[in-house]
Write a protein that binds this ligand. Structure first.
Ligand code: XMP
Length: 518
């Protein structure tokens, strides 16, 4: 079965929620891709979509230089759904009248449905009760283009949704992709299944079957190496490869001495012992720590660690005769060439990839997860039988604890942070919060503060606790962890970790802070 046969094209006009549209479509088991609005007609035709979604965007369609796609997109005979800016653009291109707004409409609104035949089929609002939707727009449609009629209105928008009477062209002023539109997924599904005639074949079970087949075909009788970090992405890649080509695949795991407590042992236990995956484990602790001696600058730490990793990995990979491929856990958000993700965040992310491995190595790159979002990767992990703990592991940076120890990294300071971090994680798990947050960890600060223990004055170190909520790590909010849980972490760290007499909680969001401290 071709799981990509029924696909939706999302043209991105720069909305913050374009990725959410894609996730809702994928959750409905239909494959989709995001591309910039200006990829050109040739590529659009070649893509062969069963339906096209025009995303929202911050621009005003009446302004000079506003992003515009070709009118032909609307004449391909393929159903099109315009969302917010996408709807205004559709209207503008087809001769409707778009009105410049005096003020933005932002927030909850009641949608009153005028026709429940297509997009709003099966919704409560269709029975006259009003449907809760999320609005975030400046301009609105004053007069729909010829052939279009309003299929819903709201207090502020007489044309809150519209459709063409003969062709499958739709526009909605609100955002069906956000959670504040509770029936938004249903509205999108009506478009996908009723208008585009898609079938729900994009499941992670079918993804595994088709990817394993692809990997077998690509790798043939050759060998592949996989850079295993112990995180969920590279672990899923390792399992996929194992499933596809068994022992033709070797995972290389470099212990840089900057891992969390017990991590190196756990990786060996799971991969080598439980699943009999070929694992090349290299303990390079000394070589990393000696190069980090006396180094306090965050960027310098990152460079030293990145370069050393490449040296070691390359040397190990060269020992595997016949290896021709290098597998990596690149995900879809890293490869989307979308309008909304240009800008500073694109550059901030570059240092996160296993710095330059593919460029220096003479191996062909395989990226079996490059079509997936993180939540889909976790589902694939479930399909492949990865242990729950591994699937739900929080992201962990390549430079490891080195960028959570502010100042110089020494074996003593690593030991302190490891113990404190273990307590943070144990309490997150005990309180049931672990799987609800993006990341939780401890940071060792480069200051000493005065305390008192028994009758004695102490002059010891400080641990900062960082817990954040996030969807994609581009932005993050500090988590409102209950005081009791924080109190328990603090008590345990101060009592159990020698050398720490103070614990603080980080209440900064990203931006302007970052998730990691260095
Ligand atoms: P920041 O600190 O930039 O982190 O807000 C965003 C996300 O990326 C992770 N991170 C890294 N991951 N190598 C990685 O593989 C790195 O060098 C790196 N630095 C940060 C961080 O943990 C967070 O999830």
């Amino acid at each position: 079965m071709d799981i990509h046969a029924e696909k939706i094209l999302i043209l991105d006009f720069g909305s913050q929620t374009t990725q959410l549209i894609a996730r809702r479509v994928r959750e409905s088991q239909v494959y989709c891709e995001i591309h910039p609005f200006n990829i050109g007609m040739a590529k659009i035709r070649e893509f062969g979509a069963k339906g096209i979604i025009l995303s929202g965007g911050p621009a005003c369609v009446l302004d000079e230089g506003a992003p515009v796609c070709d009118l032909e997109v609307l004449n391909l005979g393929v159903p099109v759904l315009g969302i917010c800016y996408g709807m205004q653009l559709m209207s503008y291109l087809l001769g409707g009248e778009v009105e410049r707004a005096a003020k933005r409409e932002y927030g909850q609104a009641q949608l009153l449905i005028d026709s429940s035949e297509d997009l709003f089929h099966g919704l409560d609002g269709a029975r006259g009760q009003g449907e809760q939707v999320w609005m975030s727009h400046g301009d609105k449609i004053k007069i729909p283009p010829p052939g279009f009629t309003a299929i819903a209105h709201s207090r502020n928008s007489p044309v809150a949704a519209m459709r063409h009477s003969e062709t499958e062209l739709f526009g909605v002023q609100f955002h069906p992709e956000v959670v504040h539109t509770p029936n938004g997924a249903k509205i999108l599904q009506n478009f996908l299944f009723r208008s585009c005639g898609c079938k729900p074949v994009w499941t992670m079970k079918s993804f595994v079957a088709s990817t394993v087949e692809d990997l077998r075909r690509t790798i043939g009788s050759k060998k592949v190496v996989c850079a295993l970090s112990g995180g969920v992405d590279s672990s899923v890649v390792a399992f996929l490869l194992h499933e596809a080509v068994g022992h033709q695949s070797t995972c290389i795991f470099v212990n840089n001495g900057l891992l969390r407590q017990g991590e190196a042992e756990e990786v060996q236990r799971i991969f080598r012992d439980s699943f009999e995956i070929n694992l090349d484990y290299i303990d390079a602790t000394d070589s990393f720590l000696s190069r980090l001696e006396g180094v306090a600058d965050p960027e310098q730490k990152r460079k030293i660690i990145g370069n050393r990793f490449i040296e070691i990995f390359e040397a190990e990979a060269n020992k595997i005769p016949g290896a021709e491929f290098l597998a990596q856990g690149t995900l879809y958000p890293d490869v989307i060439e979308s309008v909304s993700f240009k800008g500073p965040s694109a550059t901030i992310k570059t240092h996160h990839n296993v710095g330059g491995l593919p460029e220096v190595m003479n191996l062909e790159l395989i990226e079996p997860l490059r079509e997936l979002f993180k939540d889909e990767v976790r589902k694939v992990g479930g399909e492949l039988g990865l242990p729950h703990r591994l699937i739900h592991r929080h992201p962990f940076p390549g430079p490891g604890l080195a960028i959570r120890i502010l100042g110089e990294v020494t074996p003593e300071r690593l030991e302190i942070l490891r113990q404190a971090d273990t307590i943070v994680m144990e309490e997150m798990e005990r309180s049931g919060l672990h799987d609800q947050v993006w990341q939780a960890f401890g940071v060792l600060l480069p200051v000493r503060t005065v305390g008192v223990m028994g009758d004695e004055r102490t002059y010891d170190q400080v641990i900062a606790i960082r817990v954040v909520e996030s969807v994609d790590a581009m932005t993050a909010d500090w988590a409102k962890v209950p005081y009791e849980v924080l109190g328990q972490m603090s008590n345990r760290i101060i009592n159990e970790v020698k050398g720490v007499n103070r614990v603080v909680y980080d209440i900064s969001s990203k931006p302007p802070s970052t998730i990691e401290w260095e």
